[in-house]
Write a protein that binds this ligand. Sequence first.
Ligand code: C5P
Length: 239
Amino acid sequence: MKKKEMIYEGKAKQIFKTDKNDQVIVHFKDDATAFDGQKKGQIAEKGMINNKISNFFFKLLEEKGIKTHLIEELNERDSLVKKVDIIPLEVVMRNVAAGSLAKRIGLEEGTPLKQPVIEFYYKDDDLGDPLINVSHIELLGLAGREELERLIALGHKINDILVKFLKERNVDLVDFKLEFGKTAEGEIILADEITPDTCRFWDSETKEKLDKDRFRRDLGDVEEAYHEMYKRITGQDWK
Ligand code: C5P
């Protein structure tokens, strides 16, 4: 598959054209940002680890009947994926209070939630990706009612699969972010990534943080956390 010109550059990934109209290449970088790009840094080999972890999760979800954009891993940092129009919503699933939820509604970080909570954030850099509700989504025409119901059902199904998988590996899935896209045929599929950049992973016993919060909050041992998650997920040592 030929890698042609770059068509998009995000904080942690680049997207390249290919010789097929309906396929693009995702390239995972080591760059890390936090707090709307105010904090910048690098996490050594993160791009390679995230490429592997995301593909591992996407394959697991495909096996359970969730359609994803993944076609194949091309090399350490590149994967071939279906081209989609990204729905401009970040779908956040939460099982334990942390981060912005803990702050917003005054729950102590670490409080288990009685049931999974779903949230939508409007992907708009100028607005700072605000939390929005279902009627805002309909008002802005970001997704129709049926599409929204589908996103909600997919969010919960993906959460159930990942919570179970990770629990067996002694990891609590505290929360995570999903993005969905529409194919040319109008089908909604899972896109973007599922990695320690986009999830909160806590050791089930010690509650040690094994995700990007180590970078965001200057907790140290950032690379080690990514290596540990690679090992827990794939069962293999990172290099
Ligand atoms: O910051 P907040 O608590 O809202 O984040 C919830 C979850 O969504 C976290 O797992 C975080 O890593 C993820 N997230 C993300 N990208 C964003 C915002 C949040 O991956 N832009």
